[in-house]
Ligand binder design. Sequence first.
Ligand SMILES: [Zn+2]
Length: 273
Amino acid sequence: MLKTSKISLILSSLIFLYSCSEEKPAPGTGTPRAKKQDTREISGKAPEPAAGREKPVSPVKPALDRDYLMGKFEPSKHPDFVSVKAPYTDRQGMMLRRETFEAFREMWKAAKKEGVELNIKSSTRNFQQQKAIWDSKWKKYAKEKPGARERALKILEYSAMPGASRHHWGTDVDLNDLNNTSMESGGKYRKVYDWLAAHAHEYGFCQPYTAGRTAGYKEEKWHWSYTPLSQGYTDRFRELITDEDFSGFSGSSSATEIKVVKNYVLGINEKCR
Ligand SMILES: [Zn+2]
């Protein structure tokens, strides 16, 4: 009797597991909600095996489709995102991918033990939020930079085009103060930066926008990326997204001329690759 009920328990667990996996989004889709559209987009842009490669590029995994990479989803409705609250941030509405947050929490604790208080000032921003930042700067620089290309380049000193921000991915955070000088000698957060530069890599974090790169955004001492995830996302971005994919915001047509993918998305610190 006992044996029979054990067997039936195992059987029903198996059936349950099977039906759970049926519920999951198909490869190539992000959230189940966006399944139809994502599948079509992926199949329309199916990655071809690159010349000289033995294997085709890795199959598209959930959460690594084009919409996800370009921030066209709602993090609060995404199953892999969690809310981040005090003491890790003093801001409202912060969200990160669960793995990023777990690693950040360990880093936060270690920093705290050494008297360094890490504070998240910005985390995940989706396409719409990045568009709001971009469009307001587009207006701000209208007089100073009347030409579309020059104006886009001015904004790109510190802000990504909507669709091209690492903040879309749930892997990147801005810490303490969005200001290089405050993290340098004599600055309020110098100790924070020095600690990050020495220890962030132990927790998987890397500074993508360092000084001395030949392309991309200017140095950002406050921006840190969780590379166990973001390295793969960077690779996927290169495989799936082209400069022609940017649209839906002011000056988006300058993306091709500026070569946003090559110069900005991929113009990062080599150590973060
Ligand atoms: Zn940032």
